[in-house]
Design a protein around this ligand. Structure first.
Ligand SMILES: Cc1cc2nc3c(=O)[nH]c(=O)nc-3n(C[C@H](O)[C@H](O)[C@H](O)COP(=O)(O)OP(=O)(O)OC[C@H]3O[C@@H](n4cnc5c(N)ncnc54)[C@H](O)[C@@H]3O)c2cc1C
Length: 412
């Protein structure tokens, strides 16, 4: 058995190029877009031009679609290799967007690649890959717990050659801008399994019967998580993605790698917060010594370092299992839960070490803190992951008389 954490020269080169691109192109553009204390944020066409220029540069530098195969214009990376690129790109807020590997498009691309017909791939996947369209994924509903997709009420029935959909969705990220949605609706009234009631559909936007009620105001502002009303929305059979009753399966397939991709980006954010924590502690002097010399601060730094190290190992191992077509559900669940909580703790500690400055918007920490909070409840709330992890551990013990296989199936 070979355990090798080193990168090949080719991969090291990709990592270096992504890092240089983020430092030299994206971060300066981000300052211009968001404003930097001296200049005001860009608005309207100027903002759009700056965003598009970043993407064109990424495309030219062949740092485009790291998660997609080469035949779709991607970099053809494995999940382990992707972890490295995502973690570099997400050092900047706009990094994943510039490389066209941001949520929810990234998960939707992989879903279409796996489940789409040739026609659906041409119509929906191709423009997404080319950066000419953007998409959303519509599953969660206000009336029922999003944690349990068997409760979904948005429903579809056949009317001749067409499907007619009715329902209510919310927190649909990117819906405001999207050219199409992947929507999950209940189509089967009496399935053999509760998980086989839902079906996925592709919806061109705008579309009669799809109404955006509002963009929901969240902790990080009103930035594109929409509430949607679906009333007698009519679709041809060709708009079904995957088979009837396969909506749950498709959602699970989508969420595995997509959750891990979130973790890869969260690692970058957590590392940025830890870097800032250490830098500040080396500059700030109080009660006779630098903060870095105080044991209370060292504990914050040490805990953050250990947790970030664990996060990286968990993400790499889950990615390794995906690459080998091994069952990765438990490892992705554990990584998602652990990295989301690590991110929250490290950003919080970094704010603490920065004092009032950390609470201000003069550093990116406040913004990071607002974004970090959703990580613990979206894409599977903490408690739901814990429930599943515990179930698998108990089953493993019952089946094999030991929990060893539940802790990553590692050879120690
Ligand atoms: C910023 C953001 C973006 C989002 N983007 C999208 C999107 O693009 N598309 C989309 O479809 N959805 C999206 N969501 C919704 C997200 O997926 C749901 O919030 C999530 O699935 C949880 O569903 P819920 O909000 O209905 O919470 P509920 O299911 O009502 O759960 C509430 C809480 O109850 C507890 N809980 C639930 N079940 C259990 C259990 N079995 N055991 C113990 N405790 C439990 C947990 O603490 C959980 O946080 C987004 C949410 C946010 C915040």
């Amino acid at each position: 058995m070979a355990i090798d954490f080193s990168l090949s020269p080719d991969l090291e080169d990709i990592r270096r190029r992504v890092r240089t691109f983020v430092e030299d192109v994206i971060k300066p553009a981000e300052c211009r877009i968001e404003g930097d204390g001296q200049a005001l944020p860009l608005q309207g066409n100027d903002r759009i031009k700056e965003l598009i220029a970043m993407r064109k540069m990424a495309y030219k530098e062949r740092l485009w679609l790291p998660h997609m195969p080469e035949e779709w214009g991607g970099m053809g990376l494995t999940h382990v290799q992707l972890a490295m690129v995502q973690a570099e790109a997400a050092r900047s807020y706009y990094g994943p967007w510039a490389l066209n590997c941001q949520a929810p498009d990234e998960g939707n691309m992989l879903t279409l690649l796996h489940w789409g017909t040739q026609e659906q791939k041409q119509q929906y996947l191709k423009p997404l890959c080319e950066g000419l369209s953007t998409s959303c994924f519509a599953m969660t509903e206000p009336e029922v717990a999003g944690s349990d997709p068997t409760l979904i009420r948005t429903s579809g029935y056949r009317d001749g050659e067409e499907w007619v959909l009715n329902g209510h969705k919310w927190f649909i990220s990117n819906a405001h801008r999207a050219q199409f949605a992947i929507l999950i609706a209940r189509t089967e009234e009496d399935p053999d399994l509760p998980q086989a009631a839902n079906t996925a559909f592709l919806i061109d936007l705008p579309m009669e019967g799809w109404t955006e009620v509002r963009q929901i105001e969240t902790m990080h502002g009103s930035t594109g998580h929409s509430e949607i009303l679906i009333e007698d929305l009519r679709l041809q059979e060709t708009k079904m993605l995957g088979g009837r009753g396969q909506g749950h399966l498709l959602g699970q397939y989508r969420l595995g790698p997509a959750r891990l991709a979130h973790c890869m980006r969260w690692i970058a954010q957590a590392e940025t917060a830890l870097d800032m924590m250490v830098e500040r502690s080396l500059e700030r002097f109080s009660h006779g010594s630098l903060l870095a010399e105080k044991q209370g601060i060292q504990w914050l730094i040490a805990d953050s370092t250990m947790e970030l190290y664990q996060s990286k190992l968990m993400v790499l191992h889950a990615a390794y299992k995906i690459d080998r077509n091994e069952d990765f559900k438990s490892e992705v669940s554990m990584a998602k839960h652990f990295v989301a909580n690590t991110l929250n703790r490290i950003v919080d500690r970094s704010i603490q070490v920065h004092g009032a400055l950390g609470y201000s918007t003069d550093t990116p920490l406040a913004h990071m803190y607002q974004h970090a909070r959703w990580a613990r409840l979206a894409d599977g709330a903490d408690e739901v992951h814990q429930m599943r992890i515990a179930q698998r551990t108990i089953n493993t013990f019952t089946d094999y008389g030991s929990t060893a296989r539940a802790t990553g199936g590692l050879p120690i």
